[in-house]
Design a protein around this ligand. Sequence first.
Ligand code: AMP
Ligand code: MN
Ligand code: MN
Ligand code: MN
Length: 287
Amino acid sequence: MNSIDLHTHSHFSDGELSPTDLVATASQQGVTVMALTDHDTIAGLDEAYLAAKHHAMQLIAGVEITARWTNRDIHVVGVNFNPNHPALIQFLDAQAQRRATRAQAIIEKLQQLGCDNVAQKIQQMGALDAITRAHFAKYLVEQGFAKDFKSAFKKYLATGKPAFVATDWPSMTAVIDIIQQAGGQAILAHPGRYELSRTKLRLLIEQFKAAGGDAMEVITSNHTTDQVLSMAKLAEEFHLLASSGSDFHGPSLVHARLGRLPTLPKCCRAIWANWSLTDSSKDEAQL
Ligand code: AMP
Ligand code: MN
Ligand code: MN
Ligand code: MN
């Protein structure tokens, strides 16, 4: 039976491992089907494909795209697209430009707040493509400005905080469209993490579906057992496929464990149910 993990990060964005080490680690944990889903970049895919071949793992093309929904940032995971699709490449180039401009603005804000050598320290962290707020959080913790990641966001980086920089991310609809234009499927990432009221969460899921979205993450590392069941019911109600991914960022971040994911509740239709997987994964699809 396959072990499937459709949400992981490498050092091409804010993950700790190279795609090679990420794939090797996932393989050791028994993962047989994995998507690399870096933030707004697919630059790590070629390396991941090579590593996956070595470990006889099935690698799925993936990306986690930042989008705007009402006045919030949300994440949409795209899987199984053509990574050479010109319009997708152009779209991700524009995202990279937004990230670079935002990173520069965050650096300036942090310097005004008394932080030193921000640009150099961030560069030393070695993100090969996308700089995220997680890099700035790491800086703030390492330099003693915050006691942990959570408080770095709470004190500096979260929406409205002193080092927050608003960014004109594309709309949720535009993100779903580009993933599908490239032949992929769009998954609403970690719906339990947006701290939405029940009403707002339902509205988000309803509008994601109305915009043509394919699936939502039912299993993700920070969903409690109750949340898994509640997300499974919402997926069923809104006729969305269900996905499962750890959102693994690296070995030092213990909350997200690569490939050690619970199985989807019975009412779910797995996004991979009609994929051509090489192993006996259909067992896990719970059709
Ligand atoms: P960005 O896409 O640049 O806004 O950065 C988002 C990334 O920052 C997420 O993928 C997480 O890795 C991290 N992150 C966001 N919010 C938090 C939080 N409250 N606590 C810890 N990490 C967070
Ligand atoms: Mn991240
Ligand atoms: Mn995310
Ligand atoms: Mn993620």
